[in-house]
Design a protein around this ligand. Structure first.
Ligand code: CA
Length: 253
């Protein structure tokens, strides 16, 4: 099964710089979106460190043979790719901690990350924070990740509606991030893909501007992946573009 991909990142209309980053390593089946956090110094440094370190660890662990020592405790509930992504996120967290400790200016920097690692039709998804993964299958968009965010926790507790969450002044507050804090908890899941499935990775600059229905329709209507990414960014900007926007689309063929 071949995978094709496209991506677009845009600062949006209100932010001076783009603190989102993405990386695509199609030969390894790895795709990542990271959103460096506003309000922290060095958000762009954190998101850059995250994508670089995640790619480095995934490449390094891919080269490990059956009898090599795994670089961290192996969690048998996750499978090999789940362990690889978890190790990559823990590595990124450590890398952010090291740089933040070495520079007062970067102290407190943080980033979200969402990553997919493909092996044939198996997709392993890992995330921390409020960047998301979605599956579009037969015109239906399904969210694959639950945000680690204040508004989502309120929604899960039944205290906030989706509409209110979208407007809430605290909608950008993330409750889990790659920030160098110890004991990082990474959400890892797996799905079996089908031919013609599409996957979307995105930052919250997209999802705070557009509903899931809008996102699904735009991807479904797009004639190709790049057009899909461009249309998503254009529509998020047309809706206000209040934050950096990153979209990364994958298609199984
Ligand atoms: Ca953001």
């Amino acid at each position: 099964m071949a995978v094709s991909w496209a991506a677009r990142t845009h600062p949006g209309l209100r932010r001076a710089k783009n603190e989102d980053r993405f990386c695509a390593v199609p030969e390894r089946g790895l795709f990542v979106v990271a959103d460096g956090m506003g309000g922290h110094a060095g958000g762009d440094v954190a998101s850059e460190l995250a994508v670089v370190e995640i790619e480095r660890v995934v490449r390094a662990t891919a080269a490990l043979g059956q009898h090599d020592t795994w670089p961290m405790p192996f969690d048998s509930s996750l499978g090999r790719d789940g362990n690889i992504l978890r190790a990559a996120f823990v590595g990124a967290n450590q890398s952010i901690l090291d740089d933040a400790d070495a520079s007062e200016e970067l102290s407190g920097m943080a980033t979200t990350a969402v990553a997919v690692l493909l092996a044939g039709l198996q997709a392993t998804i890992a995330h921390v924070g409020d960047s998301r993964a979605y599956l579009l299958r037969e015109e239906r968009l399904t969210r694959l990740t639950g945000d680690h965010s204040w508004v989502e926790e309120q929604m899960r507790a039944g205290l906030l509606t989706a509409e209110a969450a979208r407007e809430h002044p605290w909608r950008n507050i993330v409750t889990r991030a790659l920030s160098g804090a110890g004991d990082l908890e990474v959400d890892v899941s797996q799905i079996e893909l089908q031919p013609a499935d599409r996957l979307l990775l995105c930052s919250d600059g997209l999802t705070t501007m557009l509903t899931d229905d809008d996102v699904g329709r735009i991807i479904d209507d797009a004639t190709d992946l790049q057009r899909g990414c461009d249309d998503l960014v254009d529509r998020a900007n047309a809706a206000g573009g209040s934050d950096n926007i990153t979209t990364l689309l994958l298609a199984m063929e």
